[in-house]
Design a protein around this ligand. Structure first.
Ligand SMILES: Nc1ncnc2c1ncn2[C@@H]1O[C@H](COP(=O)(O)OP(=O)(O)OP(=O)(O)O)[C@@H](O)[C@H]1O
Length: 227
């Protein structure tokens, strides 16, 4: 479902004399349906960079990054937008939303964009918000003023509203208490059972051991000089 082959990535800092920061020299990764691969490696090793290359936020310099049938490394922006709508979900670490949109709509939005009838989309959104213990009195408010853990749960609810065939999870349990952490790990297990291909970053080692079918240290992908 997700495959990365011989991928390379450097950053060029144009505002700092064109300094070049090589981050990836040879990225190789295959994630099949129903697998959850945990990315590990020291801070700054390139875990988030690889996730962003897969999502098409960061350009891959050479090599291949495939999601379903699409080579993201070579894709047109409109193809990447289609992939994000239909194939690949992304639960980032922090919630980014349009101000004043109620939480229920924020969560239902991926389903509404796919043409799901409004009542069905809102029903699914309310189920997820209940499961993730967001009090109903907050559903009509924008999540922008919510606590860190509440925002993270809204983000997770939105990421799981539609059953994407593939999913990227960046620290999905970072700000959560024990019960909510277990709930999120349960959602990940259910997605795996359904056949979702998942790539995740979990600094919480026991969460990683619980849900990941495999771990890969991104140091393996480092440019030669940095390895
Ligand atoms: N947009 C960017 N511009 C320039 N350099 C970047 C950019 N994004 C990442 N980097 C650099 O790439 C390297 C890898 O960063 P990345 O965030 O992928 O690491 P990470 O393994 O996810 O770290 P952490 O565990 O601390 O989140 C770092 O040296 C970082 O400074």
């Amino acid at each position: 479902m997700i495959s990365v082959k011989n991928a390379t990535k450097s950053f060029v800092l144009h505002n700092q004399g064109g300094a070049v920061i090589p981050v990836m020299g040879n990225g190789n990764l295959t994630v099949n349906a129903g697998e959850c691969v945990g990315l590990t490696g020291a801070s700054g090793a390139g875990k988030s960079t690889l996730m962003r290359m897969i999502y098409g936020n960061y350009l891959t310099q050479s090599g291949e990054v495939r999601v379903g049938g699409l080579n993201v490394a070579q894709a047109e922006p409109r193809e990447i937008l289609q992939m994000r709508k239909h194939t690949l979900g992304y639960v980032s670490q922090f919630l980014r939303v349009v101000p004043r949109v109620p939480t229920l709509n924020v969560v239902a939005e991926p389903l509404l964009q796919l043409g799901t009838p409004r009542d069905q989309a809102l029903k699914r959104a309310s189920e997820l918000l209940s499961v993730l213990r967001i009090p109903e009195r907050l559903w009509d408010l924008s999540p922008l003023t919510f606590s860190g853990g509440e925002q993270q749960r809204v983000n997770i609810a939105r990421g799981f509203a539609y059953d994407y065939p593939a999913l990227l999870l960046d620290e999905p349990t970072a700000s959560l208490d024990g019960r909510n952490r277990e709930t999120v790990l349960g959602l990940i297990e259910t997605a795996k059972e359904r056949g979702t291909a998942i790539v995740g970053i979990f600094h919480d080692e026991s969460a990683r051991k619980q849900v990941c079918t495999r771990e890969i240290d991104v140091i393996e992908f480092a440019p030669k000089a940095a390895a």
